[in-house]
Design a protein around this ligand. Structure first.
Ligand code: NDP
Length: 246
């Protein structure tokens, strides 16, 4: 039986590349979309026309009850989750002076509480079966901070604290927990930045002189999910073209 890989936010720029890579490796790929996302069926149809049969479930990852209901449905209809990729995330950028509680809470709930919400209902099963992979998609801005991102930097840094603590607790049970911290990746969101800003402000920060490719992050996810990566846990792997080294 194929292992089940659940990728939250799989219809986004990075998530789609991760879903495609995992499917190519033979995983049964399941993804989530926000309950209000009206384009989910179109995305599924477009993926199917390219040969990918993904399953998708509505889930608000920022809401614990929604996460539990989603995981229960996946367990009933497909099977237990073997690989969980906590990829869904949002930004609400503004300086701290302008930051209000609504935008602080939205980013903390969607990027950080979501990691608890999704991991909690799958973790016990992974421990019982003696195998599991939890992969948290953080950001270079969680490692180095970013102007206008107190909320996002805090949430993304918090993900790695979670990774390290849980990695310790599950290390003897065949379950690994790791963080990936991508730098600027050429997703639609980043490509929407005006090209003169990209060329003059962003690319010069990246020693490799280019944006990362979603497929490059997906390749790292695939490695962390593999049996070969069994000894790798509690790590925060930077994938940023040399933009930030620590
Ligand atoms: P996108 O905006 O393209 O995708 C984000 C995904 O998250 C969407 O599929 C969205 O689903 C989902 N999502 C957002 N809120 C919720 C919610 N409450 N419940 C369920 N799903 C939700 O972003 P990217 O693909 O670029 O980013 C993916 C991850 O990578 C994020 O965590 C981001 O912070 C991180 N990252 C991205 C970088 C980049 O350069 N692109 C760099 C570093 C980190 P829906 O559309 O259905 O709402």
């Amino acid at each position: 039986m194929a292992r089940v890989a659940l990728v939250t936010g799989g219809m986004g720029g990075l998530g789609e590349a991760i879903c495609i890579k995992m499917a190519a490796l033979g995983y049964q790929v399941v993804t989530t979309y926000s309950p209000g996302n009206t384009k989910a069926q179109d995305w599924l149809a477009s993926m199917e026309s390219q040969g990918y049969k993904f399953k998708a479930y509505p889930c608000d990852v920022s809401d614990y009850d929604s996460a539990v209901a989603c995981i229960n449905k996946i367990a009933e209809e497909i099977g237990p989750v073997d690989v969980l990729v906590n990829n869904a995330g949002i930004t609400r950028d503004m300086t701290f002076k302008k930051m209000d509680k609504v935008n602080w809470d939205a980013v903390m709930k969607t990027n950080l509480d979501s990691v608890f919400n999704m991991t909690k209902p799958v973790c016990d099963g992974m421990l019982e079966r003696g195998w599991g992979r939890i992969i948290n998609i953080s950001s270079v801005n969680g490692q180095k901070g970013a102007f206008g991102q107190t909320n996002y930097s805090a949430a993304k840094a918090g993900m790695h604290g979670f990774t390290k603590a849980l990695a310790l607790e599950v290390a003897r049970k065949g379950v690994t927990v790791n963080t990936i911290s991508p730098g600027y990746i050429g997703t639609k969101m980043v490509m929407a930045i005006p090209s003169e800003v990209l060329e003059s402000k962003i690319i010069p920060q990246i020693p490799m002189g280019r944006l990362g490719k979603p497929e490059e992050v997906a390749g790292l996810v695939a490695y962390l999910a593999s049996d070969e990566a069994a000894f790798l846990t509690g790590a925060n792997i930077a994938i940023n073209g040399g933009q930030h080294m620590h």
